[in-house]
Design a protein around this ligand. Structure first.
Ligand code: SF4
Ligand code: SF4
Length: 626
């Protein structure tokens, strides 16, 4: 009987604290199933526990059942973990002696009472034990169950004829008549109760009979079938080993849908519509563990031998065993759960349908045990789920494309990190350089303009100043400006023998330079014949020569006053006259060695400066030489 766990009791961390130890601020909240024994008094054809139900040592289980649960609850308390639901599951719980059942019921009720405040703060109203049972001993234990107000979930087969055929006693006997009597009794049971049925392919061979028996139980046996839910069988190795050729085949996705449609056609508009829409297909909705992001973070099953498994579906499967309460710490067991379930999801990968599904954030791709058994990455009830989502668009809205993509990214990073890394690598490899020049957006912020950068830097102010280099050309004094800042350009004509003297303030040699004696007047002569330079293969004016004169060897200026120095450039130009071509512009830059060094240092330190001062920034003179 594959069974999964409702998630609606899931707790959110409580902000409240209490002085009572049992109302401490719990770090984790978990759903705990307790399976005191794997032993069972029936021999159901599709039982996924396999031979564990017959080999269990029921006597030994009974002797330790209460002690193990007591130990586990104490250990959880110590680890600040609150079990917000403690439910009993089999095998068959009711094969335990009444005295043991009584103690377990009391233990669970006491636990709920002791933790009333914490549970109440979490919105949890549960106050009585809950058992899953095959009803075989229901009549004999009726009073005991009543006394402890136990909530009962009974498993049957539908159509009922198959209950007789597949849900037999250990000796293979049909006990359908007794089941029917117990269902009548269950109908009168005054505490919470429900019925569940697990469906295989054969159960759907006669859907009218299936429907008739729902009405029969509801109308004639008096059990309110609004409190009903169904599950679908899935392939299980342990079941296969036990049943061999007799194993029942799971219903196909089409058959699951056919049942969904048939039940809607029959029961919409009847007194069972509420149950149909609210409960019957609950297991396939986001409120169940099967839709959890990672069920190993919240759902655990404890056996009386101390073993902790994922749940009833995982019992007896090594991959779903998280440890033992007598040997391992709670922290280790919980961490193993999350890690092992993530590993199972990763093992089967992310199905492309799930990757593009607008309900991934609700479904999370299904139960890991079923994935493990069926070796598929996608929920075995995917199509059915999509019908449920379609029919309830307000309850289960589809994600918008943007949210779907965002959730998929987060889901892949969280649960499939290797896949996320692989995708990131592929994207990197597929990236081709943009066809257009990419400039950073913040290049255009005011604080990053060249003017702003100069305004923030005193050295740059000298470097770019239009009041430091004055060229005396014949009778004229020409103040030189930075080629980057000037808004127009003037082309001069210099003939051999013309007066050509540069004047500059002596103080300029002290800018960005601790020892001006080491500084030089630095001239660079370029010519407007293009050459390609460097890694970027830029076409630039050709460099003709560089000339430096140490600061101490400039003469006092005869035109600009005592604070200025000068040097005659006419001989320098005359010496290089062969380099100056007719009709070709020449470009002479003026700076000092230390200002030039400062410019290149600034380029390294500030990308915004670099990109805007990619051409020479110094004061210049453009001229033709005759
Ligand atoms: S493996 Fe996880 S999802 Fe599947 S039934 Fe168990 S707890 Fe639920
Ligand atoms: S494709 Fe199906 S299994 Fe995958 S997330 Fe969507 S509903 Fe779930």
């Amino acid at each position: 009987m594959p069974d999964s766990v409702p998630i609606q009791w899931l707790a959110r961390p409580s902000a409240q604290a209490s002085a009572r130890p049992a109302s401490q601020n719990y770090q984790r909240h978990i759903h705990l199933l307790y399976s005191p024994t794997l032993g069972c008094n029936l021999s159901c054809r599709y039982c996924y526990l396999g031979e564990q139900t017959s080999s269990a040592q029921i006597k030994q289980d009974a002797e330790r059942a209460v002690a193990t649960l007591t130990h586990a609850l104490a250990k959880l308390e110590e680890a600040q973990v609150l079990a917000f639901n403690v439910s009993l599951h089999g095998g068959e719980v009711t094969v335990m002696p009444p005295a043991v059942l009584e103690q377990m019921f009391s233990l669970i009720s006491d636990y709920y009472l002791q933790h009333f405040d914490a549970l109440h703060a979490l919105g949890h109203k549960k106050n009585a034990p809950h058992i899953k049972t095959n009803l075989f001993k229901f009549a004999s234990q009726y009073d005991l169950l009543c006394k402890h107000k136990v909530s009962v979930s009974a498993s049957i087969d539908l159509p009922l004829a198959l209950h007789g055929k597949y849900r037999t006693t250990r000796s293979g006997a049909d006990w359908l008549e007794k089941t029917i009597e117990n269902l009548r009794l269950l109908a009168k049971y005054p505490h919470p109760k429900k019925i569940s049925a697990t469906i295989s392919k054969e159960h759907l061979a006669d859907i009218p009979a299936f429907i008739n028996d729902i009405w029969y139980i509801h109308r004639e046996l008096g059990f309110d079938m609004n409190q009903f839910n169904l599950m679908f069988a899935f392939a299980s190795d342990l079941n296969q080993q036990e049943q061999g050729a007799l194993v029942l085949e799971p219903a196909s996705k089409t058959e699951q849908l056919a049942l969904y449609e048939a039940l809607h056609a029959e029961f919409i508009g009847t007194e069972l519509e509420d149950g149909l829409r609210r409960n019957w297909f609950d297991e396939f909705k986001p409120s169940y563990c099967t839709n959890a992001y990672n069920c190993g973070e919240r759902f655990y099953l404890l056996q009386s031998d101390g073993s902790v498994y994922s749940c009833v579906r995982g019992q007896g499967i090594a991959e779903f065993c998280y440890g033992n309460i007598f040997k391992d710490s709670i922290e280790t067991i919980l961490a193993n759960g999350a890690r092992q379930i993530a590993t199972i999801h990763q093992q089967y990968g992310l199905d492309s349908d799930c990757g593009s599904c607008s309900h991934l954030s609700l479904c999370h791709t299904g139960c890991p045990v079923v994935k493990f058994q069926s070796k598929q990455a996608k929920s075995y009830t995917c199509d059915l789920q999509k019908h449920i989502y379609r029919d309830n668009p307000l309850s289960y809205p589809a994600d918008t494309p943007a949210r779907q993509q965002a959730y998929l990214r987060a889901y892949t990073h969280g649960l499939h990190p290797a896949l996320a890394m692989q995708q990131a690598l592929q994207q990197t490899q597929q990236q081709t350089p943009a066809a257009s020049v990419q400039l950073p957006n913040d290049l255009y912020q005011d604080k990053n303009t060249l003017a702003a950068l100069i305004a923030q830097d005193e050295v740059l102010q000298s470097l770019y100043s239009a009041q430091v280099f004055f060229l005396e050309l014949q009778e004229e004094i020409v103040p030189l400006s930075s080629q980057l800042l000037k808004t127009n350009s003037t082309h001069y004509i210099i003939a051999q023998g013309d007066r050509c003297v540069i004047h500059l303030p002596r103080a300029l040699f002290a800018v960005a330079c601790d020892e001006p004696v080491r500084n030089t007047l630095y001239l660079q002569m370029l010519r407007d014949t293009l050459v390609e330079y460097g890694d970027e293969q830029r076409s630039k004016q050709a460099h003709l020569f560089t000339w430096q004169l140490y600061a101490d060897f400039l003469r006092p200026s005869d035109k600009m006053g005592t604070d200025y120095v000068m040097t005659d450039l006419a001989p320098l130009l005359a010496m290089h006259r062969d380099l100056f071509l007719p009709g070709v512009l020449n470009n002479l830059f003026f700076t000092t060695q230390y200002l030039r060094d400062y410019h290149y240092q600034k380029q390294k330190q500030n990308a915004f400066y670099h990109i805007q001062a990619i051409n020479l920034p110094f004061q210049n003179l453009e001229f033709f030489y005759l």
